[in-house]
Design a protein around this ligand. Structure first.
Ligand SMILES: [Zn+2]
Length: 256
């Protein structure tokens, strides 16, 4: 369900049933002359919209204004909107704190921009990951008071780490396309991989007649295809089903 359309009783059901609540995080960035600038965010929302039809899931309004950087192209007349990570941090912390206040304890953010080395991180995901940690610490201190971690009731903290009971599992960050889940599917910027994926998710976001051979990173887009995009899409969906804790899609929602 889309959060903005939910009624309070539905929100209470989502909280009590521990539904995953997902924040799509992305950027608006130049992706060559042939792709929509929202690609990195549209890829996330497109996949989540498919999952929403097969499982209980809350999708928050997507956050588009990440730190795109001007590494690919200058912004003038090309479309990249960059917001510094320093500005993202307090906003993201406030958003996560608010979600915890509502009562959600199964929050996820899914991001696609600059995720080729997700463990080390890049400015947008690092800002959101740090904000998530800060929000959890602040929330726990507000609810339980200082010294909460050292309290006797926390003696099993290390045993609980792998379970949902560990507060630091309340908010998790996932790349849309971890190499481990993509089985050789090309990871690129505006090249064959991204172009194919957007063809499979949102055909209107790609104009193949505008693929330029001048840009090294988008040259491979000439090899893009809907068939490849569908393959990528299915691998992403399988990865997200696992990341969000769905066992298997239910029967009537199963897709091929
Ligand atoms: Zn991209």
């Amino acid at each position: 369900m889309r959060y903005e359309l939910m009624l309070p009783h539905q929100i209470r059901t989502a909280i009590d049933s521990h539904w995953p609540v997902v924040l799509p995080v992305g950027v608006l960035e130049y992706h060559g002359e042939h792709m929509a600038v929202g690609m990195d965010t549209l890829a996330v929302t497109g996949c989540l919209e498919i999952l929403e039809r097969e499982a209980n899931l809350v999708i928050l309004p997507p956050f588009y204004y990440g730190a795109a950087s001007y590494a690919v192209e200058r912004p003038e007349r090309t479309g990249t909107l960059h917001v510094d990570a320093e500005a993202l941090l307090p906003l993201a912390k406030a958003m996560f704190t608010a979600l915890l206040r509502v009562g959600f304890r199964n929050i996820h953010l899914v991001i696609h921009h600059q995720t080729e080395n997700f463990t080390a991180g890049m400015p947008t995901d690092l800002a959101f990951k740090l904000a998530a940690r800060q929000a959890i610490f602040a929330f726990l201190e507000m609810e339980r008071g200082e010294g909460w971690w050292g309290a006797k009731s926390m003696a099993d903290y290390y045993e609980q780490q792998s379970t949902g009971d560990d507060p630091f599992n309340w908010i998790k960050a996932h790349p849309l396309m971890p190499a481990s889940a993509m089985d050789g599917y090309p990871f690129d910027h505006a090249g064959q991989g991204e172009t194919s994926l957007l063809m499979a998710l949102l055909p209107g976001g790609v104009d193949e007649s505008r693929i330029s051979a001048d840009e090294w990173y988008s040259r491979s887009a000439r090899e893009a295809s809907l068939e490849l995009g569908i393959k990528g899409r299915e691998r992403i969906l399988a990865h997200l089903r696992q990341a969000l804790g769905f066992e298997r899609p239910n029967a009537q929602g199963a897709r091929n």
